[in-house]
Design a protein around this ligand. Sequence first.
Ligand code: UDX
Length: 451
Amino acid sequence: MGKRLLMFPLPFQGHHTPMLQLAEILHSKGFSISIIHTHFNSPNSANHPQFSFYPIPNSLFKDEDCSADHVVEFLNMLNKECVLPFTDLLSQILSENNVATEDEEPVACLITDALWHFTQALADSFKLPRIVLRTSNLASFLSFNSLYLLKEKGYLSAQGSQFEAPPPELSPLKVKDIPLLCVSDPEAAYELVSKLLEKTKASRGVIFNSFEELEPSSLATFRKDISVPIFVVGPFHKQVSASSSSLLAQDSSCISWLNSQSPKSVLYVSFGSIAAVNEAEFVEIAWGLANSKQPFLWAIRPGLVRGHDGPAPLPNGFLDEVADRGLVITWAPQVEVLRHPAIGGFWTHNGWNSTLESISEGIPMFCLPCFADQMANARYVTDLWRVGLRIEDEINRKDIDKAIRRLMLEKEGREIAERVACLKEKADLCIAEGGSSYKSLDNLVAHILSF
Ligand code: UDX
């Protein structure tokens, strides 16, 4: 008989998607899957008929402010408010499971997002093994792990030019890339990250959506410094069917537009589900794109521009200017877009999912990181893997125009494309039989079955 896994995603696109993808991967290995979720940003169960879904019985979090500027406070609040209803639900699921008929699979473990730190104490009290999914890459997890050291050395209170300094402990990161320094409330973030670390270390294993060949030295450091079993089994999106875990409706009409464009000519522009820019930056982005004269597909989701919950107001004259070469939509089928032969570059905020999707589809990046792990991801993209470029200073249309041309038209862009093609090849190999992620997934399955 198979075993059942209880999986608890964090209700944000960048966390929800990899958890649902991991669920699909583990389902293909014979596990039955139950997804526990909040009402806020709840998954569409119709897209996953093979799973069972358990909403946490409350109606909280419907209208909360979970914008980029308040995300840390929101996460701290979620970890407090969910304790009681989650405990009740878990206890109900486990007691139904105990009295279940013979053909009900026993629950093997709970798999939660690492940011659901409150669940570790609960899992312990139910004697239920807990494994965490950390949806960032290993490198930014390790930068969290160095926080005590960084605080002690004064990096977290750095000022002025100190921001540009590279702390030797975190090479190639600079002080300004440390994830905690780019949030509005560093103390609240410090508390959140400390709990994430403590409870991840108390778990029975941690899963990463990355691959060994991309982060070999981070993996070695993790194994040396942290005693929790680690499973690096990504890229997830290359191991699952196209079933959607998107929380917003994806506009697939852009694919027929892409079909009419020349190979590698289009810059895809999207800043993920939560990053936000102010109005002045938005105007510079729009005119930088227009002035570059390159074809582009731009996904502008509601909320991208601070102060505008609905569609953002494009500058006057912009749509006329780009009518022959640009398409603006609300939300893209991103992986399908990145796989399209017309795409030659991705202007991204460097959320980890977008970064990994771009690398493993072989697409060069133009980086505009906004907060949290995005700064570290962008640094790795530009300085270590050298598969993208970036404007370090405040963005303006002139520099954007220049950067887009460098990426899409010049020798520098072609060299970047060659390097990212090599990484794509490694991503393809690691999930093939005998590859590093393939083997790590087998180890994960054996680990779960040993509980
Ligand atoms: C957040 C954080 O910002 C990120 O730094 C962290 O690593 C994960 O959580 P988000 O900002 O949404 O995520 O970015 P990202 O991690 O890139 O995830 C976005 C997901 O939405 C990707 O899987 C992407 O394919 C999808 N997407 C994005 C779409 O389907 N359509 C779009 O138009 C844009």
